[in-house]
Write a protein that binds this ligand. Sequence first.
Ligand code: BG6
Length: 455
Amino acid sequence: MVDHIGTLVILGAGGDLTKRLLLPGLGQLLGSSRGYDLRLIGVGFDPMTDSEWRARVIDSFTAGGVASTRATTVAKNSVYLQADVTRPADLTRILAAAVGRPALYFALPPQVTIATIAALEKVGMPKGTVLGLEKPFGTDLRSAQALNRQLAKLVPEKHIHRVDHFLGKSTVLNLLGLRFANRIFEQVWSAEHIERVDIVFDETLGLEGRAGYYDKAGALVDMIQSHLLLVMALAAMEPPSSLDADDLRGSMAQVLRATHAWKRNAVSAGRRARYGAGTIEGRKLPAYVKEAGVHPELDTETLAEVTVGIENWRWAGVPFRLRSGKAIADKRQQIVVTFKDVPHRPYGFTGNPGPARLIISLTPDSIELDLNINGEGDPFSLDRVSLDVEFAEGELGPYGEVLHGILSDDTTLSVRADAVEECWRIVAPILSAWRKNSVPIDSYRAGSAGPTAWR
Ligand code: BG6
């Protein structure tokens, strides 16, 4: 029997994350077959009455459609507590308002999260308390290690959920079924048969008013360190014996430990660029450096590309290229596995459409296998065909999945302490080369496909 959480406490209830992602995800989860009754407490620094808070909750619950009866009841019984979460006395008051096992979700800026965790140490945690932490998880390897040590003093690792909503995306999860429930792929899933793997997540969105956070992070940390390395871990890990949290996360950590900048050269392994003014999807975007709150002297990149190698028996010599950019017109969000060419193509064939590819697309959710077959007209010419399937949306979106993990205290889809540290370790030399300006920053027009020289 799952020992469900009795109360979900959102710290940072007045913030954008709560409104845009957490509450809609919760509303969806409550209305799904996996929903159940719980108490919801919103905690914020600013004053708000219970009825103002409930109206916000209902607004967000209905953002994705009609709120279910269960979601409406949870919203009606929800309360708001005004508090300074860095003060032990306020935290004691918050924990006293919870019924059953509490889950504390930190939807707070990183510095406030750190101060709150320090204050919680003085308060002590009720038995079975679960913690949910949003990225960024630290700002470098040392701060992530320090945060992990702090958290370990509060609750056991099995109750700590470091959230990566990419691990809640249904197509990312499809990787598991595709790889481990079909005999045909796993046999060719290695350097012997695979030439390269590209994991690309380009977005049409620009900064969207997030300078306070993004300007210090940049695309390398915001996307590659936080998300794409974990997607790569799922794509490249050894088959786990089960999908439980220990087995799955053990396999992920193991492959991350073997990952390094390509040829261990932090300078040549990556390139970076920043968008200038342009138009995208009919919207005019100012140059990144002209966006409100941006400090041009930080030289923050909005497009990052990094090649890493996995130094183990299965993958030695295969480049994994991870790329993510903002304000890019061609919104490619996919994992592309390019197979090696055949060792010998019988003489007599004409045409060579290139090696077979498997494309796992994150948006829209689809899988496509590109193969070469005999052409329709001339039977000895080779043509490309694609076998593809598009998936209906999963029952839950990424935040619904993440919250389901937290409320059922199942850490399978959350990031384990060592994996977070490995992700920082992998990007550290590249980040340092970029900060020292050893790699020039290129530019591209918002609404283009990236710097012309990169194509
Ligand atoms: C977030 C990043 O974690 O993921 C954003 O901070 C990015 O910069 C977002 O836009 C992308 O994920 P999704 O699921 O919103 O497309």
